[in-house]
Design a protein around this ligand. Structure first.
Ligand SMILES: *Cc1c(COP(=O)(O)O)cnc(C)c1O
Length: 383
């Protein structure tokens, strides 16, 4: 079968930006007029809005989401010889931030329904060297924070949330990023809130931690050319601050649109027995950064969808503990069976606010058709 032209892209940033093009152009021109390119008033204005949106006292704009995680861990004093617990079902950056502090990532498996850290497995991973716990709000759903925080509190270990995929998601009425000592966000262009380049932020209610991160992102300076610490250049740039401030005003509506698409997918695919749909756990609002279903024979389904003009993705095909870069940690195949099975089965369907209902319908129809083609003959005859 020949490849068809793309009928439904995986993501459509052009459609996302077209209606706000003029407003963004004006925002960027204000930055040019003010010569405020690195940090400065536009970043500060966005920080204020982002803290207000999340419901925290402080937000610190940084260069990207990886910086947000790394600087937060550094500011908490994580260093060589320490361990930081996270999950293998995440983007590489979560573990990299730990490694770049000189510490060792320690993994715990995920829950099979929400795909987030399994609180029941957390305690057994804690050792005297554990310095932080990083649950990841994968795909836009907040991890089960109450039991995670309870275990962490009992052991006196800070919790840092990787909220890079969960802008605006809630758990028991509170926003992602506000449960632990700090929440880390990425504004990579494809995220639910995306910049026009690289950007990230940390939110926290802890004034001292906020000050330390502010200092570290700017070469450890306390005043110009007075460096009390060895920091780094991890500032957010002014254009990103200005663009993010404009785009933040549309985040709630964009998340609502994603949730509508998710409901439509769920309705259309409810009776397809070969598909495991994402589940929104009680008390949480999922913001569907990624709409991942699970299917067996995933790679074949992915290819067939592509041939039918439906661009799907995989988040992520290799769990972090099985990456070559982390071979030295010694986690063999079978170490985290839930994460490993999910990595084999995850298939991300097109998901972005501007999807049209007929596109969602087409994706569902084509997925059904692919699965029918792949249905084992014996299975089909048994009916
Ligand atoms: C995107 C992402 C990051 C990293 O953010 P960058 O801005 O790309 O550095 C970290 N963790 C998760 C879960 C992410 O999805």
């Amino acid at each position: 079968m020949n490849q068809q032209p793309i009928k439904v892209p995986f993501l459509d940033l052009k459609a996302h930006h077209e209606p706000i093009r003029d407003e963004i152009r004006q925002a960027i021109e204000r930055v040019i007029d003010a010569n405020a390119f690195a940090g400065g008033p536009f970043v500060e204005a966005f920080e204020k809005d982002w803290a207000a949106f999340c419901g925290t006292r402080h937000a610190i704009g940084v260069g990207n989401g990886t910086d947000a995680l790394w600087l937060t861990l550094l500011a908490l004093g994580v260093g060589p010889g320490d361990e930081v617990i996270t999950v293998p079902s995440t983007f590489m950056a979560t573990a990299e931030a730990v490694s770049f502090c000189g510490a060792r990532p320690v993994f715990v498996d995920i829950e099979p329904v929400t795909y987030t850290m399994d609180p029941a497995r957390l305690e057994q991973a804690i050792t005297p060297r554990t310095r932080a716990i990083i649950p990841v709000h994968l795909f836009g759903q907040v991890a089960d924070m109450d039991p995670i925080l309870e275990v962490a509190r009992r052991h006196g270990i800070p919790v840092v949330e990787d909220a890079a995929q969960a802008h605006g998601a809630t758990y028991k009425g509170r926003r992602a990023g506000t449960f632990g000592i700090a929440g880390c966000f990425s504004f990579y262009p494809g995220k639910n809130l995306g910049a026009f380049g690289e950007a990230g932020a940390v939110v926290t209610n802890d004034a001292e931690l906020a000050d330390r991160i502010r200092c570290l992102r700017d070469h450890g300076q306390v005043r110009k050319y007075h460096h009390d610490h060895i920091g780094w250049n991890a500032r957010m740039d002014g254009i990103q601050g200005a663009v993010l401030q404009v785009k933040l005003r549309r985040l709630a509506a964009a998340n609502e649109a994603r949730r509508n698409h998710a409901r439509q997918y769920a309705r259309l695919l409810a009776d397809v027995e070969q598909v495991v749909l994402p589940v929104e756990a009680p008390g949480r609002t999922h913001v569907y950064h990624v709409y991942a279903v699970r299917v067996s024979d995933r790679d074949e389904v992915l290819q067939r969808m592509g041939r039918r003009g439906i661009a799907c993705g995989i988040h992520y095909p290799i769990p972090v503990h099985r990456q070559k870069a982390y071979q030295h940690l010694g986690y063999g195949e079978g170490s985290f069976p839930v994460a490993e099975q999910c990595a084999r089965e995850f298939l991300s369907l097109p998901m972005y606010p501007e999807l049209r209902p007929e596109q969602v319908e087409l994706v569902a129809t084509e997925l059904r058709a692919c699965l029918d083609e792949l249905r084992p003959r014996s299975h089909a005859c048994a009916v």
